[in-house]
Design a protein around this ligand. Structure first.
Ligand code: GLA
Length: 350
């Protein structure tokens, strides 16, 4: 049996999903493909890296296989039964470590595959939550639900508006007129990402503690005045970014794509200066794009990875070659880029 789970981009709402905030991602047409079959031991192989990992007992491997192993353990937890040994064969055209959620695609893809293979009758929402718990409990990244929800529940030509507080979601038609989204992969792997990510989460929790609030949903701009330094900066980003998500949905409904571009640039400024999750190379690219494209910002966890660009095709084609050249001259890194197309969430693939 073959399945595919997509990566995602997030239009706006960055570092809000573990702060009870709003996010607006959609799945993209880059996938992790999985094949599974029964075996005498658990085996995980990747065509891309020519790796093969075999295990008699499920345990941590500190490799990409941990995303699948964590997922299997979560499913076992739910069904209160052991999953018999399986062979997983993976292939991917989704760049790894580029902030496009290859890890969530692995989790959601393997949960969906196991569910279908053993007819466990789990819903796609259950599958998203299983992936999220695997990431938090087994892999150890205290992330929010955005990536797993996007990979499991997206629909082509729509963005997925998620209220991570209530966990309710809504599909918003994505009509960009003659504008497109592009991804530029900075080529900087977000290695610092995981540890700094958990630090950000802690800093937000501390801000809440100072305010004696249980959730960011109860924090107002007035409350922010009681915060200082890092606490203030992190909390201000969360409140502003939540507003930008709601305003972006309004702009989408009103077909005002230029305005969305402004929100993207604003979001980047905030991620750079208030949330402090950007890096030199990404800021260099964003500065280069200002006044040339409609909008751009860093996406995902940060500290490297990718940039989301909103632009008319002609404008983008005009500047990308020069940017590639200048970036290579400065950092000796080849920029990769592609035009983003929306996709359905995880599905069977024949
Ligand atoms: C990573 C996490 C997501 C989200 C983003 C930042 O991609 O996996 O849950 O927090 O960072 O918005």
């Amino acid at each position: 049996m073959k399945y595919r789970a997509p990566g995602r981009i997030n239009i706006i709402g960055e570092h809000t999903d573990y702060n009870d905030g709003y996010v607006l991602p959609f799945a993209i047409d880059k996938y992790i493909y999985l094949e599974i079959e029964k075996s005498d031991k658990f085996t995980f192989s990747s065509k891309n890296s020519n790796e093969k990992i075999s295990l008699k007992n499920l345990q941590k491997t500190n490799t990409w296989a941990d995303y699948i192993i964590g997922t299997i353990l979560e499913i076992e937890n739910i069904i209160k039964k052991d999953i018999p040994p399986l062979e997983f064969r993976i292939e991917s055209n989704l760049p790894i470590g580029a902030g496009l959620s290859s890890s969530a695609a692995l989790e959601v893809g393997s949960a969906y595959a196991i569910n279908d293979f053993f007819d466990l009758k789990l819903s796609n929402e259950d599958i998203a939550k299983i992936g999220w718990r695997a990431e938090n409990k087994f892999v150890g990244l205290n992330c929010g639900i955005m990536d797993q929800y996007a990979s499991a529940l997206s629909k082509e030509n729509h963005a997925l508006f998620i209220d991570t507080y209530t966990k309710k979601y809504d599909l918003i038609p994505l009509n960009l007129k003659d504008y497109n989204f592009y991804i530029i992969n900075s080529g900087v792997k977000h290695e610092l990402g995981n540890s700094e990510y958990n630090v950000r989460k802690k800093q937000c929790d501390e801000a809440l503690k100072t305010l004696e609030k249980k959730s960011f949903r109860d924090v107002s701009y007035e409350d922010l005045e009681k915060l200082k330094g890092i606490s203030y900066k992190r909390a201000k980003h969360v409140l502003d970014e939540n507003n930008r998500v709601l305003k972006t949905i309004e702009a989408l409904k009103n077909n005002n794509i230029e305005l969305i571009g402004e929100y993207l640039f604003e979001s980047h400024e905030s991620l750079k200066n208030l949330y402090e999750v950007s890096c030199e190379e990404i800021d260099y690219i964003i500065d280069n794009l200002k006044n040339k494209v409609t909008g751009a910002r860093i996406v995902g966890g940060g500290f490297g990875g990718s940039i989301l660009v909103l632009s008319k095709e002609d404008d983008f084609e005009k500047i990308i070659n020069n940017l590639k050249y200048e970036y290579y001259k400065k950092y000796s890194i080849e920029i990769e880029y592609f035009k983003v197309k929306s996709s359905n969430g995880v599905e069977k693939y024949v």
